[in-house]
Design a protein around this ligand. Structure first.
Ligand SMILES: [Zn+2]
Ligand SMILES: [Zn+2]
Length: 252
């Protein structure tokens, strides 16, 4: 019985992650068509591969998430809480920030590690095979890389208390930024990206430079680790992307 319950929970989580990916990437791909028509022209075979890898990643993400969701419901595992007054209200934003900072740290170091030649060829090359990435590339990872991404939030919920709504917000931010950072154009205003906030926050313009240079800018949400470790290569440009949209690019 327990085995079936865990399997069902993992399948349900896989479906949730998969549908969340399709809806979010689909919405951003639609927005791209509307804002920058032709930006993904000729990338159809690549986008098919991105969707395939991403759905495989959804299945991998679903397993630890399913086990933890089952344990939370059936046995009260984890430090996820539902009574908003179980901790002081100021703790809500603090827990959100703590999750984002810890996820960012985990991502920075595993991502940097995956740029070592052997691991890059074995796993991370799949993500960089998107040239340039599209809105469908957000979860386009080799299964080995997907495992490193899939365990972090399920592990954190055992350590750091978080209200279930804040956990939902963490996952929503993760999804929107993951898709937004790969879609080939900047959705945030110039004043934010090139202003004081942009010196510390990662958006598409920053991650674009990582995909263009294959090195540096390894962070997920914040530029802290990149700056502290001397791997921040600054903001990228979408010049090659603009070139793709020109009529000349369409004829090639
Ligand atoms: Zn990379
Ligand atoms: Zn990327």
């Amino acid at each position: 019985m327990t085995g079936w319950a865990i399997l069902l929970s993992a399948l349900a989580m896989t479906a949730i992650v998969g549908v969340r990916y399709l809806v979010t990437s689909g919405a951003f791909a639609f927005a791209t068509k509307w804002k920058h028509p032709g930006l993904y022209r000729g990338l159809e075979p690549q986008m098919k591969r991105e969707i395939g890898w991403s759905l495989a990643s959804a299945a991998i993400y679903g397993v630890p998430a399913g086990i933890v969701a089952w344990g939370w419901q059936a046995h009260g595992w984890t430090r996820i809480y539902t009574d908003v007054h179980a901790y002081p209200l100021w703790y809500l934003p603090v827990s959100l920030l703590a999750y984002l900072l810890l996820h960012d740290s985990w991502f920075y170091w595993t991502h940097r590690w995956m740029h070592r030649p052997v691991l890059f060829r074995a796993a991370h090359a799949v993500h960089h095979a998107s040239r340039p990435p599209t809105a469908w590339a957000a979860m386009s990872f080799h299964p080995l890389e997907a495992v490193t991404g899939a365990i972090v939030i399920p592990a954190l919920v055992f350590v750091i208390p978080i209200h279930v709504a804040m956990l939902g917000l963490v996952l929503a931010i993760m999804t929107v930024m993951g898709v937004g950072n790969h879609m080939g154009w900047e959705m945030f205003p110039r004043a934010l990206v090139h202003g004081p906030a942009g010196r510390w926050l990662i958006t598409a313009t920053h991650h674009q430079a990582h995909h263009a240079a294959y090195r540096g800018n390894y962070g997920l949400y914040f530029r802290f680790w990149d700056k502290a470790c001397g791997t921040d290569i600054g903001l990228g440009t979408f010049a090659d992307v603009a070139d793709r949209r020109s009529p000349a690019a369409a004829d090639r």
